[in-house]
Design a protein around this ligand. Structure first.
Ligand code: EPZ
Length: 421
């Protein structure tokens, strides 16, 4: 596994481009299975999770051409409908191929999906939604087989007791091509769900209530190819904003003017970060960052996104005062804070979902290991502000979701290099 060597203490300054949204690219790649015509997707980030998803499409028989940040995909010659275990258990988003494969073939076999170890991450809501859509699901030792029943209901009303993101996306993908109407209530409203719905609409799908918690889908017979541009990644945007704040620097984030930033930036602005839209960028300065955000709780969109909680914990270690940070969504999101404590942070783990941070504390560079994607990037942020050198192992986990981390941070003045083990 590769590692990052980071010398802390530099203020970040300059301009950095924000890449396409990882969690929009993944469902949009899966949606290509729903047509036999070519699909062209722009602003696709060059990250390991995208490569894994493209590998799954190729394994299924799709033609794939990924140059720069544009993917050209043709699923005309899809050969089979079972997800390869070696690939599917690399990432949670492999689950997103199930919905389109069911719509196309009426059956699918797949292993329990992989992904970041931030909690139990069940798939019961996906399975119960498929059952309501007229499928029979079997599970045997973490391998699943789903088949379409002879009789399929023409009108289905699904209420999700958790506004599951990939659950919403999977059920949309399973419903856009079918003889009937599907209503999904308590649907996730994240920007990546909206991107998926916009792409499917361009392909000919009939989806109403996009961006709300109630989606109504009138099934159609088939979908056409399309050309679609993925929105900027609001989590990467927030991550680099926090990096600017932490180091007391001044950074211009480029290509993210269309990001819906309100749910992301309000706690950072309460802590004194200055975040102002410019003509072609959003400028973030951290010179006056000191105040504390007394309490921060994650939410489903438009609540504060759980994927930025790890980075906000690092920011809170440098603020003045005591704050409570609470992620009720994932029971293992907080487990990386022991590594921050070894660096010198003053953090108390109240329970698996909540930590209490007292700041500011001086952080010392340490040898660390990235436990998951977002915690790994949070450790990079901590290393940027720590005294001395830090070594962060298992860098590939970070590169699953962040494009060109080393290049982007180095271009802003960070002392960071990547070492292949
Ligand atoms: C998506 O994961 C994202 N991944 C996650 O980002 C993100 O943290 C999460 O949504 C919440 O915003 C992708 O989009 C690929 P959930 P997902 O289903 O869909 C429980 C990252 O770092 N649940 O909304 O897996 C689940 O256990 C990744 O980019 C069930 O119990 O999240 C969790 O506690 C990490 N049964 C909660 O709901 C189900 O059937 C939210 O999960 C589905 C979910």
């Amino acid at each position: 596994m590769a590692k990052y060597l980071i010398e802390g203490g530099n203020k970040l300054s300059g301009r950095v481009a924000i890449s396409g949204n990882k969690n929009a690219a993944l469902p949009c790649l899966a949606a290509c299975l729903l047509t036999s015509q070519e699909v062209v997707l722009h602003n696709i980030p060059q990250i390991l999770d995208v490569v894994s998803s493209l590998d799954i499409l190729k394994e299924l028989g799709a033609q794939v051409d990924f140059q720069g940040n544009t993917a050209r995909i043709n699923c005309k010659a899809i050969k089979h409908h079972d997800l390869p275990e070696s690939l599917a258990n690399k990432l949670r988003a492999s689950l997103l191929f199930v919905g389109p494969l069911l719509a196309r073939f009426g059956k699918v076999e797949f292993p329990h999906p992989g992904g970041c170890v931030i909690g139990k991450r069940g798939i019961d809501l996906h399975l119960s939604g498929f059952q309501q859509l007229g499928y029979t699901t079997h599970e045997n030792n973490f391998a699943y087989k789903i088949t379409r029943n002879r009789v399929v209901p023409s009108e289905v009303h699904i209420f999700l007791d958790i506004a599951t993101v990939t659950g919403t996306e999977n059920l949309i993908l399973a419903s856009v091509i079918r003889d009937g109407k599907t209503v999904i209530r308590n649907a996730a409203q994240e920007p990546h769900v909206v991107d998926l719905c916009r792409m499917l609409t361009l392909m000919g799908a009939k989806i109403y209530g996009i961006g709300t918690s109630t989606l109504t889908i009138e099934g159609v017979k088939e979908l056409s190819g399309t050309e679609f541009t993925i929105s900027p990644d609001h989590i990467e945007f927030g991550t680099y904003a926090i990096a600017a704040g932490l180091t007391g620097g001044e950074v211009e984030l480029v290509g993210c003017q269309t990001v819906d930033s309100d749910p992301v930036i309000w706690p950072m602005m309460k802590m004194g970060l200055s975040i102002t839209p410019q003509d072609e960028s959003i400028k973030v300065t951290g010179k006056k960052f000191t105040a504390i955000s007394p309490k921060l709780v994650t939410g489903v969109w438009p609540g504060f996104p759980t994927d930025l909680m790890s980075a906000m914990i690092v920011l809170s270690t440098q603020a003045k005062g005591v704050s409570l940070l609470h992620d009720w969504i994932f029971e293992s999101r907080m487990f990386f804070v022991d590594k921050l404590i070894t660096m010198g942070a003053n953090i108390t783990i109240a329970d698996p979902h909540r930590v209490i941070v007292s700041g500011p504390s001086r952080l010392q560079g340490k040898k660390l290991e990235s436990p998951d994607l977002r915690a790994g990037m949070a450790l990079v942020l901590a290393a940027l502000v720590a005294e001395g050198q830090s070594v962060i192992d298992r860098a590939e986990l970070i590169e699953r979701g962040y494009e060109d981390v080393v290049v982007k941070l180095a271009s802003l003045g960070a002392k960071i290099q990547r070492i292949d083990n």
